[in-house]
Design a protein around this ligand. Structure first.
Ligand code: PEP
Ligand code: MG
Length: 617
């Protein structure tokens, strides 16, 4: 573990730029200019403009005013008979065309060199806050109206009606946002985004997962990033340490370059062993599979030496669209993945939507606790037709390669039976059309809810395989929202309660001859993976980029030693003590992998911090 002791969060680090501490979300070190994305409301890049662009931005503003006026007029007309709503809309109409607003926006464009979107947001926020400071309650309330008008103008400028604004970045930049929806993150693939920083999130939140899938360095959970970083600021983003430097000096820039180079050297060194089998020091075989989000990643998975796909997160098929993908469209995507994986198994997970993976295809209900609500298999079973189409696509894909179907967030045996019934129906429909399918399609469950872990013996007897999802298992066992940055330090898979559940699931699998894998982030960390082998796990699935590291880490320890470590870990009362045990036993021989640097030499200030979310731990 190599997190350098840094000055307090947000404190200037003399003599260089100020350093913000976050959580290492995706590996890599990168420098570049910031593009800040407004996110509470409609998203847009806060772009600084050149004097020559003032006219264009002013014209964009004028066009947005006309569009919003036309919209409001349309709404007023549709309210036949007028009424209070019509008079409110009439007031908005006046506000949109108001000279004070135009004046304020003009000043923002001209004097502060801000693009029209940013100018409107800044001008309306300033007018609204002036109104909110007035004593008269009537005038105070007009602040909300100005906000509303600003929001509509910003949307008109972006030409979008949905709140899932796609990130549009044209130059290589580091995106800074409060949070990024899956749609935003997916859009980064085509944009010139070289890194990103979010204020919320943890290592297992969807933003970090997507960043790793796209191999974009990221730091998440950076408190106050939006307040401290402005578009155009030069940044150094260190996705290994979880730090962001604002306005780095030459020395800091050079150090970042060196670290980026060393990380690349390590990855290419580890990559040389990709063709070799994964075995422990005493020759025990461990099967490493890949977690993928995007079909293109299947190639990356193979390039990194994956022996199959242990988790294909299909929910991202539903991102950035208003209607769900058709059965044929899904089949096309699945067949690409299968083709790329050759004869290796591909574990396709039924879409896990809801919780922190909010996707606009589904009009999900407003819930007080979405993580405990209509999510994953519950949502799938409540949308039977969509689930049927999804499963038909998987059934048809099974004729093209080794498909395994996996159910997310199973909490009861009834859910397994219910999905099995829908799968039988999907197979019957495919068969009735005369379309081919495999003779047997394994149906497995994810163990990520404590109830399922406690019932693992029953699941092991009924399911074809089990895969432990530690990201959610930690969340639900310890009652810690996995996206909550403030609690991230508590969310450890080394917590003894979590370890007992994992141990129980692996044992149940062994007793009932039911294969067990683990596809949570724990498997992507060298210490976690080694501990899991000690618990008896021989198959795990992780982000492709982690495979070479884990392969190398496994070579450096023997099974009896790891079994002894696992037994000792189960005796310990706290996560911190388990982590300390692992660090003491394993860190000296894993230093290069843990630091992300070959021939790493500790500088004395480094050392494991229990529960640390930074470094490769
Ligand atoms: C998990 O919960 O560990 C898991 C792998 O699923 P996801 O992260 O997609 O919820
Ligand atoms: Mg999960």
């Amino acid at each position: 573990m190599t997190t350098r002791e840094l000055p307090l969060d947000g404190m200037p680090a003399p003599p260089g730029g100020s350093i913000l501490l976050g959580i290492a979300g995706s590996h890599g070190v990168v420098a570049g200019p910031a593009v800040v994305i407004e996110s509470d409301k409609t998203g847009f890049p806060r772009r600084r403009i050149l004097p020559a662009e003032e006219g264009v931005e002013w014209d964009r503003f004028a066009a947005a005013v006309s569009a919003v006026q036309a919209d409001l007029n349309g709404m007023i007309e549709s309210l036949e008979g007028g009424g209070p709503e019509a008079s409110i809309l009439g007031a908005y109409l006046l506000m949109v065309g108001d000279e004070t607003l135009a004046h304020a926006v003009g000043a923002q464009i001209r004097d502060k060199h801000r693009c029209a979107d940013w100018a409107v947001a800044a001008a309306t926020t300033s007018i609204a806050s002036q109104l909110s400071a007035v004593d008269d309650p009537y005038i105070r309330k007009r602040g909300y109206d100005v906000d509303f008008v600003g929001e509509r103008l910003v949307r008109a400028l972006g030409g979008e009606a949905e709140s899932d604004a796609a990130v549009q970045v044209t130059e290589p930049s580091i995106v800074v946002a409060h949070d990024l929806s899956p749609a935003d993150t997916a859009a980064m693939m085509s944009a010139s985004v070289v890194g990103f920083i979010t204020e919320v999130g943890s290592r297992t939140s969807h933003t970090a997962i997507m960043a790793r899938a796209l191999a974009i360095p990221a730091v998440v959970g950076v408190k106050d990033a939006l307040r401290r970083i402005e578009s155009g600021d030069q940044l150094v983003l260190d996705g290994l340490r979880g730090t962001v430097v604002i306005g780095p000096n030459d020395e800091q820039l050079e150090e970042a370059e060196r670290r980026a180079g060393r990380y690349q050297a390590l990855t290419s060194e580890l990559g040389k062993h990709r063709g070799q089998p994964t075995v422990t020091k005493d020759g025990v075989k461990v099967s490493l599979h890949a977690n993928i989000v995007l079909p293109a990643e299947a190639r990356t998975a193979r390039d990194h030496g994956a022996e199959g796909v242990g988790l294909y997160r299909t929910e991202y098929l539903y991102v950035n669209r208003k209607v769900p993908p058709s059965e044929d469209e899904q089949l096309t995507v699945f067949s690409k993945v299968l083709e790329r994986m050759g004869d290796q198994p591909v574990t396709v997970r039924i879409f896990d939507i809801g919780g922190d993976k909010f996707i606009t295809t589904f009009r999900l209900p407003q819930e007080l606790n979405p993580m405990l609500g209509l999510r994953a298999v519950r949502l799938a079973l409540s949308e039977r037709d969509l689930l049927l189409a999804h499963l038909r696509a998987m059934v048809r894909a099974s004729a093209l390669g080794q498909v395994r179907i996996m159910i997310p967030l199973v909490a009861t045996l009834d859910e397994l039976s219910a999905v099995r019934d829908v799968l039988a129906e999907a197979k019957a429909q495919v068969a009735a059309r005369g379309q081919p399918m495999a003779d047997h399609i394994p149906l497995g469950v994810m163990i990520e809810v404590p109830s399922a872990a406690l019932m693992a013996d029953r699941f092991a007897a009924e399911a074809d395989f089990m895969s432990i999802g530690t990201n959610d298992l930690v969340q639900y066992t310890l009652a810690i929202d996995r996206t909550n940055r403030a609690l991230a330090y508590l969310a450890s898979p080394y917590d003894p309660a979590v370890l007992r559940l994992i141990d129980g699931v692996i044992q149940a699998g062994r007793t009932h001859d039911c294969p067990v894998s683990l596809c949570g982030r724990m498997a992507s960390t060298p210490l976690g993976a080694l501990l899991l082998v000690g618990f008896g796990l021989r198959e795990m699935s992780m982000e492709s980029v982690a495979i070479p590291e884990i392969k190398q880490a496994l070579k450096r320890a023997s099974v009896p030693e790891l079994e002894q470590l696992a037994r000792s870990a189960l005796e310990l009362p706290t996560a911190a003590q388990v982590q300390a045990l692992l660090v003491d036993a394993l860190e000296p021989r894993l230093r290069d992998i843990l630091s992300g640097e070959p021939n790493f030499v500790p500088d004395g200030s480094l050392g494991p911090r229990p529960g640390s979310q930074n470094s490769l731990e």
